[in-house]
Ligand binder design. Structure first.
Ligand SMILES: Nc1nc2c(c(=O)[nH]1)N[C@H]1C(S)=C(S)[C@@H](COP(=O)(O)OP(=O)(O)OC[C@H]3O[C@@H](n4cnc5c(=O)[nH]c(N)nc54)[C@H](O)[C@@H]3O)O[C@H]1N2
Ligand SMILES: Nc1nc2c(c(=O)[nH]1)N[C@H]1C(S)=C(S)[C@@H](COP(=O)(O)OP(=O)(O)OC[C@H]3O[C@@H](n4cnc5c(=O)[nH]c(N)nc54)[C@H](O)[C@@H]3O)O[C@H]1N2
Ligand SMILES: [Mo]
Length: 768
């Protein structure tokens, strides 16, 4: 056997040294390894690790009747046999009594890297074998963009499927206008794994070859200092107005590319009538925009003229569409890019998500790597992912989604594995209320996350270092043999073995496993991937060689191509799969849905909560709850890197010094952030990099209510979702709106309750 082993995580590939606390070293050649890997071994056997299966005490004694005590009850440690039988019994009871349309298995979340142990794939496979489940569609990351972009260009190109890649930005893009910045902290990760962290190097190269950057963001730190960017501290939620002001300047100055509009675009006249004020009497001038977005009109006009003169990339971070009316900045960015007429040219056009993950902007690989097959789901019902609390609270209530009139299913059993809704969902007090509705909640996780604490049956799983898997990073030329380097902690089991045992209790074992164990599956997924790659001319070693070598590198075959290059070249032969075959600046189809909150073209619809609202008072601040530098969402918050960043154990929140001074807040103070929805404690940091009127609090501090299970409880640790609003972006996409929230901040002078997020909940003696 080889003595060098490797693991792949969402935050990078590492060489591993086995041991009780395995050591991890970044992959040789990774130009910008992420510190997150340093946390991995520190959380393997920490106090937050779940040691054995657990059942909520009230559930054991009183069953579903006790569900109001979820989150407050202590847990009883039980044997695996008891836990898996109980889970099987509950699923059988619920599907037998009410049918599979009452089982929610959406189970959204990032889980872990690795093709086989991707737990959502396993859970969905298991639930499909057991008759199906209600699923969720789209992502928390970019739901509004996922739904909007296909109406505009007929695919998710420029958002997920394909971007104009870095090699065509570098050396071509003269002006890179980044709405929401290009935050290098976010390039530490990619869903499914990273081989090499290449974005910082690409950005440096672009800068060195003459690309000029504009950082349109409330945070100066959303762009690396080395890029010498112009900083336009836009008022959050107003980018659409700013882009309209830019568009108006182009029109007024005769800078719109009429020829491109005539040959490639549908419905510009309908939009132009709105832009110029013919439909509503309000011309969307730079002066009009300046009032709304907090920049001066001359800056807006100058930027528009610069954009028309230069090869310009219009980049929109995913954050902009995780906001009220999140469809609009996306639609408006595509509209603006269409007016500039550079779509399809190297370095021009638009892109949604540059620097939001390491992968975005890589040359797209066409190899379809194998994943665990899930069978088919006999249940058709679904919800847009962020509507989970609405679903649980309002069974039978109608809702709209992308032109469809649907209604919320009546959920009796929730099964969550590989995600953490008590991290990711907006308005945690509302989620807590919603979470009391289902009869049964089953959670698989390795740690006592807030979601595990709000479960009835808790099934502790292994982590990547404790099992064998196949690592493949999308659009990167590396396969990783993820060989086990640590023994499973305490009684933790692989999710696969947990589900296989539950399936056995339901006489579904063989269908679920197809007779394969862990290594059979890893080998099978590798062999089928190898065959797919071979068909594309990529030669990979056989499995035994690969497993011994630990890594398989290859050459990516694809040429870098600008987004929509063929369509640009020949818009007839390469017509887009939109109704008109063109870029739909006006969409007859979306207009036909009749949604007042998302009409047929981009427009300014003020957020219900923002600094420009007439009910907004000077004591309010806009909450930017962006992605954390020190962890992945809630993952690794218990690790060394994240813990080192805390202030008196609380999540740091960064204020502009003037806002802090006005509230008597100094660096290091404990501060209470609050609004009508909830309150939390944070540690204060002060920085001029944060625009006035803004407080920045990263997501992911484990929710730590002072009185667990009680609505309205103070969160002691600094989870922003106790403050954010849970509503859909619009009737079109129903995406989450985490970035549209106002709060108040005050020094916290009461005795400071300790943070207990990383301690296990109260446990009763084990059941024998
Ligand atoms: N306020 C605010 N909220 C946000 C956002 C925001 O910008 N602001 N962003 C949103 C976005 S973009 C996202 S993607 C979501 C992320 O939300 P999530 O994806 O739910 O967050 P994670 O912390 O990654 O949750 C993954 C969970 O899976 C567990 N896990 C890992 N590996 C395994 C495994 O092998 N088996 C099992 N059973 N469990 C495993 C981890 O321990 C962790 O608890 O948050 C959203 N929430
Ligand atoms: N280290 C690390 N990296 C991550 C993640 C993580 O948890 N940790 N999560 C990953 C995931 S799941 C995703 S989806 C991506 C998310 O990628 P993004 O959605 O781009 O990430 P955010 O950090 O939420 O937002 C980026 C910046 O947008 C700015 N912003 C917020 N509101 C506005 C606005 O109204 N206008 C403008 N112009 N700017 C605004 C904020 O200043 C913020 O810093 O990141 C990924 N990368
Ligand atoms: Mo995300």
């Amino acid at each position: 056997m080889a003595d060098t082993t490797y693991t792949m995580a969402h935050w990078g590939t590492f060489r591993t040294e086995a041991g009780r606390q395995p050591r991890l070293h970044p992959l040789a050649g990774d130009p910008a390894p992420s510190d997150l890997g340093l946390s991995m071994s520190s959380v393997l056997s920490d106090s937050a690790r779940i040691t054995q299966p657990m059942v909520r005490a009230g559930f054991l004694s009183d069953g579903p009747e006790s569900r109001v005590r979820r989150g407050a009850d202590p847990f009883v440690p039980v044997t695996w046999s008891t836990a898996t039988r109980l889970a099987a019994r509950e699923l059988d009871r619920v599907r037998g009594t009410y049918g599979n349309r009452t089982v929610f298995g959406g189970s959204y979340g990032w889980a872990s890297a690795g093709r086989f142990h991707h737990v959502q794939s396993q859970l969905h496979r298991f639930l499909n074998v057991a008759g199906g489940y209600v699923r969720s569609v789209n992502t928390h990351s970019h739901a509004a963009a996922e739904v909007t972009i296909p109406h505009l260009i007929g695919s998710t190109g420029g958002m997920g499927a394909h971007h104009t890649p870095w090699p065509l930005i570098c050396g071509h893009t003269e002006l890179f206008v980044a709405f929401g910045g290009l935050s290098e902290k976010n390039t530490q990760v990619s869903a499914g794994g990273v081989a090499e962290h290449t974005v910082p190097r690409w950005l440096e190269q672009c800068h060195a070859t003459g690309t000029r950057f504009v950082n349109v963001s409330p945070l100066r730190s959303d762009m690396a200092p080395g890029l010498d960017a112009d900083w336009l501290p836009v008022r959050p939620g107003s980018d659409t107005a700013l882009m309209l002001g830019l568009a108006h300047t182009l029109e007024a100055d005769g800078l719109t590319d009429r020829a491109f509009l005539a040959s490639h675009v549908c419905g510009f006249d309908r939009f132009a009538a709105y832009l110029m004020g013919q439909t509503d009497g309000i011309p969307k001038t730079a002066d009009w925009a300046a009032e709304l977005c907090g920049l001066d009109a001359e800056t807006i006009r100058a930027l528009a003229r610069r954009m028309a003169k230069k090869r310009t990339m219009i980049s929109v971070a995913w954050s902009l569409q995780r906001a009220d009316h999140g469809e609009q900045p996306i639609w408006m960015a595509v509209t603006l890019a269409a007016m500039l007429g550079q779509i399809g040219l190297p370095g021009g056009g638009f892109g949604v998500g540059y620097a939001c993950a390491n992968r975005v902007g890589n040359v797209k690989s066409t190899v379809a790597w194998s994943a665990l097959p899930q069978f088919t789901n006999p249940v058709a019902d679904f919800i847009p992912v962020a509507r989970v609390a609405d679903m649980l609270l309002n069974p039978g209530t109608p809702f709209t989604y992308n032109g469809q009139d649907l209604s919320y299913p009546d959920i009796r059993l929730v099964w969550w594995a590989g995600g953490n809704p008590f991290h990711h969902q907006q308005d945690l007090n509302k989620l807590l209320r919603a979470w009391r509705c289902p009869e049964t909640v089953i959670v698989q996780d390795a740690w006592w996350t807030a979601t595990a604490r709000h479960a009835d049956i808790v099934l502790p799983c292994t982590t990547s270092l404790e099992r064998n898997d196949l690592g493949i990073a999308k659009d990167e030329p590396l396969l990783v043999a993820m060989r086990q380097v640590a023994q499973p902690h305490s009684q933790a089991r692989n999710d696969y073995d947990i589900l296989a045992e539950i399936a056995a209790h339901m006489d579904l074992h063989d269908t679920f496993t197809e007779g394969r164990d862990e290594m059979d599956w890893v080998r099978h997924l590798y062999d089928t991937s190898r065959a797919t790659a071979a068909a594309k001319g990529i030669d990979l070693p056989d499995f035994d060689q690969f497993w011994q070598d630990g890594l398989a590198r290859f050459e990516l075959q694809e040429e870098p191509r600008p987004l929509l290059a063929d369509f640009r070249r020949d818009p007839v032969a390469h017509a887009l799969p939109t109704p008109s075959g063109r870029i739909e600046v006006f969409s007859e189809r979306v207009a036909g849905f009749g949604y007042a909150d998302c009409p047929g073209h981009a427009c300014w619809l003020p957020p219900r909560e923002w600094l420009g609202h007439n009910t907004c008072t000077p004591d309010m601040l806009h909450l930017v709850s962006n992605q954390p530098m020190t962890r992945l969402h809630g993952q690794l918050d218990n690790g060394t890197v994240s813990r080192a960043s805390k202030i008196a154990g609380r999540e740091p929140a960064t204020f502009n010094p003037a806002d802090a001074a006005a509230r008597g807040i100094s660096e290091g103070d404990i501060v209470r952030l609050s609004n009508a929805r909830g309150a939390c404690l944070v540690g204060a940091r002060l920085s001029q990099d944060v625009a006035k009127g803004i407080v920045q609090l990263a997501t992911g501090a484990w929710f730590n209510p002072e009185h667990p299970g009680q609505e309205g409880s103070l969160d002691l640790h600094g989870n922003p979702n106790i403050l954010t609003r849970d509503a859909g972006t619009s009737q079109l996409a129903q995406g989450p709106i985490a970035h549209s929230a106002l709060i108040r901040a005050e020094r916290f002078t009461e005795p400071l309750p300790p943070v207990t997020a990383f301690d296990p909940p109260a446990l009763l003696p084990p059941q024998s």
